[in-house]
Design a protein around this ligand. Structure first.
Ligand SMILES: [Zn+2]
Length: 261
């Protein structure tokens, strides 16, 4: 395969034996240029089989308020809600157009934001509840803020990555939580290799995706494990909110903020 982000060829990296959720051996490939790693076997599963893996895996914990593979999940969501509310209060995130929690699952984060910011639209391709948006409701350029936490690592095509970014208004922002590393370890026992994780992002890959999607500056909040990508240059961001540089644990950069080694 070729890398979804930089189009360079990907090569075999390692395999992992799952033996659960209907999965056997999963092969991983790594982009020879930007180092992004792909769960090749999962990308090739027919849609019905992939859907069944997702439903079985997420159904194994959803509704319980806990995810055994991600014990810090709820605390992190609260931090993320706090950061996003603070940025909206400061005027750094527009609220003129609707906000969307894309890949929202049970809608926990959207629920935490509803009170401070107003009703947050919810969408999840594999988890439907009453009031959730359907595919035809996802109008490109319609959302001032698109939040995608723990979604990017579940996608299976470049077009689905672009579909997410395309929803953001011309001057809107993208809020992202996913794992990004300098290099993805060549280790079948690495904790992040879950049955539903398909793409493992590197700083080099993310920096390119960031540029391709037309963002200019970014903020990373360590405690919330959350990136906010802005359409405005860093200079303008700092002119509007010079205090951004002095908040402990908040890191801003021109381009993609590569925080993790
Ligand atoms: Zn690449």
């Amino acid at each position: 395969m070729n890398c979804y982000i930089c189009t360079a060829p990907a090569e075999y990296y390692f395999s992992k034996q799952f033996d659960r959720f209907g999965l056997d051996t999963v092969d991983y490939e790594r982009c020879t240029a930007c180092g992004t790693v792909y769960a090749q076997t999962l990308l090739e599963l027919p849609e019905y089989q992939w859907q069944s893996v997702c439903e079985n895996y997420h159904g194994s914990y959803r509704g319980s308020g806990d995810n055994p593979d991600d014990p810090n999940w709820h605390v992190r969501l609260e931090q993320q809600a706090k950061v996003l509310s603070k940025l909206a209060d400061n005027g750094l995130l527009s609220t003129g157009r609707p906000w969307l929690d894309y890949g929202c699952g049970e809608g926990e984060l959207a629920g935490m934001l509803d009170t401070g910011i107003g009703q947050i639209a919810r969408y999840d391709r594999y988890w439907k509840k009453e009031g959730y948006l359907q595919e035809p409701d996802l109008i490109p350029g319609d959302f001032d803020m698109v939040i995608s936490t723990s979604t990017l690592e579940h996608l299976r095509s470049r077009s689905s990555m672009d579909a997410l970014a395309r929803l953001v208004t011309d001057d809107g922002c993208l809020g992202l939580h996913t794992l990004v590393r300098g290099e993805i370890p060549c280790d079948p026992n690495w904790f992040y290799l879950l049955p539903v994780h398909t793409i493992f992002y590197t700083n080099r890959g993310m920096a390119q995706l960031f540029d391709q999607w037309g963002f200019l500056s970014s903020l990373y909040v360590v405690e919330a494990r959350l990136w906010v990508w802005f359409r405005k240059p860093l200079k303008q961001l700092l002119k509007e909110k010079p205090e951004l540089v002095s908040i402990p644990g908040w890191h801003i950069a021109e381009g993609f903020m590569a925080y993790w080694p």
